[in-house]
Write a protein that binds this ligand. Structure first.
Ligand SMILES: C[S@@+](CC[C@H](N)C(=O)[O-])C[C@H]1O[C@@H](n2cnc3c(N)ncnc32)[C@H](O)[C@@H]1O
Length: 278
């Protein structure tokens, strides 16, 4: 008798499973209302003109992986996928996730545009090479330490909201006449490699001591018994450039080495530096 009851329960559970998963997968999704509540921020769609501008600013290519944090109806992810780029949306609202999947299927890009129902603050988005956001200033600030730990060179594009004292590398507005009425500003940041520390220049070129505030680098080059302050120090991903004593140094940081070329007037020669302290 007990065994028979268990068997009935097991059969009922098994019968319910496909129904539940079918319910979770089938639409149609409900149309969202602009301004509807979200977990940490309401849903507002980015104007399609700005979506294009954001992807252009990030210079997305087919080698990129775009992740939209709080992906709403999926428009950023789907637009990227229509450009042939693999893309993924993380969205807390299950109905918006369903709608995004329907929209991706209608646009014929379901193979390239994927969506997950998840909390962005509990998700791993470190595989992104391009990250897009339309959140809030305080949410950007909560994400900032994680974003700064992403692979150097990762591009981050935000609709309207900035990153506190981490200044954008670039910004652009879409004109109201191009049918973007509100929230029409895009900001781009490129995650800088960490260059702060002490570096020994090759060929007896001296010692470079660097301080770093996001992508801005200051410091001095000590060589031949004198110290000269560097100017224009900047990281663009892993690309480092600065000027000192009439020479312009450009190089690429790779692990504990920087390698590149130094130009003085018309002359150019290779330079290398090795990290000797953090
Ligand atoms: C302003 S909308 C932007 C939608 C879309 N990225 C766009 O640009 O059109 C913000 C989205 O974030 C979602 N959201 C809010 N808090 C979230 C969280 N903690 N995790 C995932 N999604 C969240 C909301 O449901 C909403 O769809």
């Amino acid at each position: 008798m007990k065994r028979a009851r268990l068997l009935v329960i097991a059969l009922l559970l098994l019968a319910g499973l496909p129904m539940q998963s079918a319910q979770a997968q089938t639409g149609p999704a409900q149309q969202p209302a602009v301004g509807q509540r979200g977990k940490d921020v309401i849903w507002l769609p980015t104007a399609l003109e700005l979506v294009d501008r954001m992807l252009d600013m990030a210079k997305v290519t087919k080698d990129d992986f775009v992740i939209d944090l709080g992906s709403g109806d999926g428009r950023v992810v789907i637009t990227a996928a229509q450009r042939g780029v693999r893309s993924h949306g993380i969205e807390y609202d299950a109905n918006l996730v369903l709608l995004s999947k329907e929209n991706a299927a209608k646009a014929g890009v379901a193979d390239k545009a994927t969506f997950a129902k998840a909390d962005i603050f509990e998700s791993d988005f470190s595989s992104a090479t391009v990250l897009t956001l339309f959140l809030l200033p305080e949410l950007n600030l909560r994400l900032r330490p994680i974003i700064l730990g992403l692979k150097p060179g990762t591009r981050v594009v935000s609709n309207t909201f900035t990153m506190g004292d981490w200044e954008a590398d670039e910004s652009a507005a879409v004109d109201a006449v191009q049918s973007c009425q509100y929230w029409c500003m895009a900001y781009l940041w490129i995650v800088p490699a960490k260059v702060e520390g002490a570096w020994q220049m090759g060929g007896g070129g001296g010692r470079l001591t660097l301080r770093q505030g996001y992508q801005v680098v200051t410091g001095a080059l000590e060589a031949g018994g004198k110290s000269e302050v560097i100017s224009g120090g900047r990281m663009k991903g892993a690309e480092f450039s600065f000027r000192v004593g009439g020479a312009t140094y450009r190089g690429r940081l790779n692990g504990s080495k920087i390698e590149g070329f130094v130009t003085t007037g018309d002359a150019s020669r290779p330079w290398v530096a090795t990290r000797i302290g953090s």
